[in-house]
Design a protein around this ligand. Structure first.
Ligand code: IDP
Length: 161
């Protein structure tokens, strides 16, 4: 696919962003969505749900042997989450930068974690860490029919790329 306006390849990179239960409890959903919209990324999927043990154990399968694994699953099931799929140029890498370091003590001010959290066990948001990881996570959390492939008809920062 090429863009009709620029002739350049269309940007199809997607990532999974989740507002974790503490982010929902603290009414941070809107502010987090705003940061991604403001950056120019395109929202293609969004839902709120109570995460199941099954989905979470798959989502965090790489952390099964960690000492904090059980408390991580308790945290992630302590209330609803808001999961989203965002699309755009380099969205995986850029989102990781916007979200900030896993440990809020090391997260820069201006990042979501650097602005809103102080402890690694309550770090407000999830962002996929690679393009392949994002594809797996999107398939895990969303059915293909629930992702919306919409065309943008206004100028955004991504339409210049
Ligand atoms: P990431 O979320 O920045 O990709 P990962 O290392 O994949 O970081 O860890 C996944 C999640 O597990 C973190 O976001 C955090 O919620 C939790 N976590 C990671 N390390 C610790 C820890 O040392 N104590 C408690 N929870 C942790």
């Amino acid at each position: 696919h090429r863009s009709k306006s620029t002739g350049l390849p269309d940007v199809r990179e997607r990532t999974l962003i989740a507002v974790k239960p503490d982010g929902v409890q603290r009414r941070l959903v809107g502010q987090i969505i705003q940061r991604f919209e403001q950056r120019g990324f395109k929202l293609v999927g969004l839902k709120m749900l109570q995460a199941s043990q099954d989905v979470l154990s798959e989502h965090y399968c790489g952390l099964r042997t960690k000492p904090f694994y059980n408390s991580l699953l308790r945290y992630m099931t302590s209330g609803p989450v808001v999961v989203m799929v965002w699309e755009g140029h380099n969205v995986v890498q850029t989102s990781r930068t916007m979200v900030g370091h896993t440990n809020p003590a090391e997260a820069m001010a201006g990042t979501v974690r650097g602005d809103f959290s102080m402890h690694v066990s309550r770090n407000v948001v999830h962002a996929s860490d690679s393009v392949e990881g994002a594809q797996k996570e999107i398939q895990l959390w969303f059915q293909a029919k629930d992702l919306v492939d919409w065309d943008c008809w206004v100028q955004t920062s991504t339409s210049e790329v």
